[in-house]
Design a protein around this ligand. Structure first.
Ligand code: ZN
Length: 472
């Protein structure tokens, strides 16, 4: 890890994030070790102004929208405001940035499949011969290279995505690379799971803050993918029964996923130290044979050595020992349609920020391929364009990952549930000034027309409502 002089000064004054978190704790605070971003825009003026302002327990909140650093100093630099270090109860933090778009809280969360949901915890895969590599805390600046590496070996893994940590900004921010990386993950066949909005310790915050940590990440992921995951991993592996966290995760419809191999890559992020993580991986694999065991492995794509060194070792070693590299869902024998919840209103309301929906110059597919300006609508191969850019009519083509700008897409998997419990949708009236209610019979229309010529709008509506009621 390299710090510029400005970064060091900013960190020292902040109190700081970097100073405190460079010491790895015994509790997987992997995320804290990362800077990964350019801090050169730190404003010396802001740093100076807030130099002496204290905050936190015993001091209270920062004034003037200041952020409260880990060590209890107010300021507005990235070192003060970045999550998860910034103290969310004592000032402004990156964690308070709200993703755009409607809330996901009303989306039904049926617990389908045989994989346990919270309050139960999943620590291991089922069956034998599989290894689920998982990467937490990203995306970040190395993630694109990791995706290239995984493509090279055709290895499918699981990404536990954090919505806004390490000062990267919300993952759905236009102009930032995160959304397209997440889309690429999904299109490549990797599994997308949640690692919360801003990487807070879920056992140490209030139930409402916990909900926000889950729901805001859902909104941001829904903005990118049209749906959100049913799999999550709590930051720092911290989600206790006592705090109510595990129960809350269950109520929100999540599988709580831990691991049975911890590579401890956050402790070994240097070219000389990373051998320690390789040794951990190898020693664990030596404990059993591929014919008898599967493994669930934790690593972090925010670490340089993990991306450029450890991962290739793990992929090669797994293959040499006879394992398949699979996603967590596959390792748990859970069908892909259970890994996500679709937002059924997404066709109307979702801001798909990475790919604006172009409508001009559409060409109907003539060979079954689709995407870009080639649509499946009107093609003989089926009307939906699936995530792998082929037309078809199956749930694989029309369900999650379906490309709405290149054909028809099925609405949510749980459409019937939504309609059963939710308010019935009525067609919108085309004229905002119209008093004509929708769904009228011919008799009603005639009566309405007759009344319209002789009475004021209010009276007309009143009388009409009575007639409509009496006609059933
Ligand atoms: Zn983490």
């Amino acid at each position: 890890m390299h710090f510029s002089p400005l970064m060091i000064i900013a960190s020292a004054i902040a109190g700081s994030a970097a100073h405190v978190t460079l010491q790895p704790s015994s509790k997987h605070d992997e995320n804290d070790l990362i800077t990964g971003l350019d801090w050169n825009d730190t404003s010396p003026a802001l740093v100076e102004r807030n130099f002496l302002a204290r905050c936190g327990l015993g001091f209270g909140k920062c004034s003037d929208d200041g952020c409260c650093s880990t060590a209890g100093y107010c300021g507005k630099t990235k070192a003060h405001c970045r999550s998860p270090d910034c103290q969310i109860d004592y000032g402004h933090c990156d964690a308070h940035m709200t993703p755009d778009g409607p809330p996901t809280s009303g989306i039904p969360r049926p617990k389908v499949g045989k994989v346990p949901y919270g309050p139960k915890v999943v620590r291991s895969c089922v069956g034998a011969g599989n290894i689920a590599l998982t990467f937490d805390d990203g995306p970040n600046k190395y993630t694109e290279d990791l995706l290239d590496l995984l493509d090279k070996y055709d290895a499918k893994v699981t990404f536990f995505i954090t919505g806004n940590n390490n000062a990267k900004g919300p993952i759905d921010t236009p102009g930032m690379p995160w959304a397209s990386m997440i889309e690429r993950m999904y299109q490549s066949g990797h599994q997308i799971a949640s690692h919360t909005w801003s990487h807070q310790d879920l056992s140490k915050i209030t139930p409402e803050q916990r909900r926000i940590q889950i729901l805001w990440n859902e909104v941001a992921l829904r903005n990118i993918l049209g749906g959100f995951p049913t799999y999550m991993r709590p930051p720092y592996s911290s989600c206790t029964e006592k705090s109510g966290c595990l129960k809350d995760m269950g109520n929100l419809g999540y599988h709580v996923i831990l691991y049975d191999i911890d590579t401890e890559d956050y402790r070994h992020d240097s070219s000389s130290a990373i051998q320690g993580s390789k040794d951990i991986f190898d020693k664990n694999l030596a404990r059993a044979k591929a014919s008898h065991k599967s493994w669930l492995v934790i690593a972090h794509d925010v670490h340089e050595q993990t991306v450029y060194n450890l991962t290739e070792h793990m992929v090669k070693k797994a293959s040499k020992d006879g394992y398949n590299i699979v996603t967590v869902g596959e390792c748990l024998d859970d069908p892909e349609e259970n890994w996500y919840r679709m937002d059924e209103s997404s066709e109307l309301t979702i801001l798909r920020k990475t790919k604006p929906l172009a409508t001009a110059n559409r060409v109907i597919s003539h060979d079954g391929r689709c995407g870009g300006n080639v649509t499946c609508r009107g093609s003989k191969f089926g009307s939906c364009c699936g995530k792998n850019n082929y037309c078809g009519n199956s749930p694989k083509h029309c369900g999650f990952g379906c490309q709405p700008n290149a054909g028809h897409c099925q609405k949510a998997r749980h459409t019937s549930t939504v309609h059963k419990h939710g308010p019935e949708k009525r067609p919108a009236t085309s004229d905002a000034g119209s008093l004509l209610p929708p769904g009228l019979s011919v008799v009603e229309l005639v009566l309405f027309a007759a009344l319209a010529s002789s009475a004021g709008d209010l009276l007309r509506l009143l009388v009409f409502a009575l007639i409509h009621e009496s006609l059933g």
